[in-house]
Design a protein around this ligand. Structure first.
Ligand code: HEM
Length: 399
């Protein structure tokens, strides 16, 4: 523990919450917090959990008070200053320059054909297999391929992405500031920089539609090379496990609700709403982290300067004040799209349209091309995890 971690507050309100319990089934625990202690100090993470949807929105929509650009941010420590560790004009500058390849129009025209062709190739690779684990076979490969293609990372570097990712994931979750974990995160960021900087300079003259291509040609407002690398790192990190886990959660949800699935198979126009509701019901990203530099009061609770706040998205998505009968998976729910699974406010997910396309294509192609697709009863699985949440494996029978 370093001086960067905050001291335990004198009063320790709220029920005892164990991360190991949250990782298994967070929803009853979060429901209790939401009801009794909507802003709760959680000793194990040394952070304040915010569980009501309205409070989560107030935090995420108030970047002046609840900040991402804190020296206590493990994201900033690992990737340097980029859009998810910046506020105000700097954040606007980074996000507006990174946005073009990720807006709905580019996703439809450029990304969608790539995603569809790649998904079909991955399903073709099932061949005559009777069973598959959708995590390695589809979700992981599709997420890595898509984000690497959109960034413009050349194919010879794709094999290194998962190694980099593993050390970044450890460094971002390194809330005890373990020096070895930090050093590994920094070493991977330097390796990424060394591999990508020559690519960036080659792209300068080419009409390349990727993010690195667009950023390298941005004219007088062009970001510096270190700014491009740091923003590329958050895009790379932001696009892998999030999308992989969402594909798995959506497929697990659909395959675990046979009546809903039968209705979809009879009417494919029901699929988008069924996916939206699955994203509300079992979000892959369970929290957004913010830091306080000054004391603030939230829902009657005084938070000290230096506090770290975790906006619990899974709790907000099941807040009965907004979603009646919230624990029920109901694909006819009219307001399912009000979920906060992509965050809210200025830091709303840059890749939401891209991720939406990946999930939509993966679910549609899998269900349409594999009419007998069902969960393997001999190898059951279920979502797990406290920050990122997904089934560790998803074994299905294909034929
Ligand atoms: C279904 C998959 C995804 C989910 C559930 C998801 C979720 C989120 C959430 C909750 C945030 C807000 C973080 C915060 O406010 O602290 C966020 C931000 C972000 N996401 Fe995603 N994401 C997904 C896919 C992607 C993809 C595919 C990319 C990149 C291509 C991406 C890039 C980013 C970036 C760069 C930010 C920071 C935006 C900013 O600071 O303004 N995400 N995402």
């Amino acid at each position: 523990m370093t001086e960067l971690a905050m001291k335990e507050p004198a009063m320790t309100p709220g029920p005892h919450v164990r991360l190991s319990d949250l990782a298994i089934d967070p929803y009853p625990i979060l429901a209790r917090l939401r009801e009794t202690t909507p802003v709760a100090w959680v000793a194990e993470t040394r952070m304040w959990f915010v569980t009501r949807r309205a409070d989560v929105l107030s935090v995420l929509r108030d970047p002046e008070t609840y900040r991402t650009d804190s020296p206590r941010s493990t994201i900033r420590d690992t990737f340097g200053t980029q859009m998810l560790s910046a506020e105000g004009d700097l954040h606007r500058r980074y996000k507006s320059q990174c946005n073009p390849p990720f807006n709905m129009r580019s996703v439809q025209s450029h990304a969608m054909p790539l995603i569809t062709a790649h998904t079909d190739a991955l399903i073709d690779a099932f061949g005559n297999q009777r069973s598959a684990d959708l995590r390695p076979a589809i979700a992981s490969q599709l997420a890595v391929f898509t984000v690497a293609s959109m960034l413009g990372i050349p194919p010879h570097l794709h094999a290194r992405i998962l190694d980099w990712y593993a050390s970044f994931a450890a460094a971002l979750a390194n809330f005890t500031w373990d020096e070895q974990v930090r050093a590994r995160g920094h070493a991977s960021a330097r390796e990424f920089q060394d591999a990508i900087t020559p690519v960036l300079h080659d792209l300068h003259h080419a009409a390349d539609p990727s993010l690195l291509g667009a950023l390298s040609r941005a004219g007088p407002a062009r970001l510096t090379d270190p700014e491009i690398i740091s923003n590329a790192l958050i895009v790379l990190f932001g696009g892998i496990e999030t999308t992989e886990s969402t594909i798995l959660n959506v497929m697990w949800t659909l395959l675990s609700h046979p009546a809903a699935l039968a209705a979809i198979r009879g009417n494919w126009s029901l699929l988008p709403a069924a996916i939206e509701e699955a994203m509300r019901w079992e979000p892959a990203v369970q929290s957004c982290t913010r830091h306080l530099e000054q004391p603030a009061t939230l829902h009657g609770t005084t938070l000290p300067a230096g506090a770290t706040v975790q906006c619990m998205l899974g709790a907000a998505n099941r807040d009965p004040a907004h979603f009646p009968d919230p624990d029920r998976y109901d694909m006819t729910r009219a307001n399912a799209g009000d979920h906060l699974s992509f965050g809210a406010g200025k830091h709303f997910c840059l890749g939401a349209a891209l991720a939406g396309a990946e999930v939509q294509v993966a679910a549609t192609r899998l269900l349409q091309r594999c009419p007998a697709l069902r969960l393997d009863p001999d190898r059951p699985s279920a979502p797990r995890g406290f920050e990122f949440r997904a089934p560790p494996t998803l074994h299905v029978l294909v034929a």
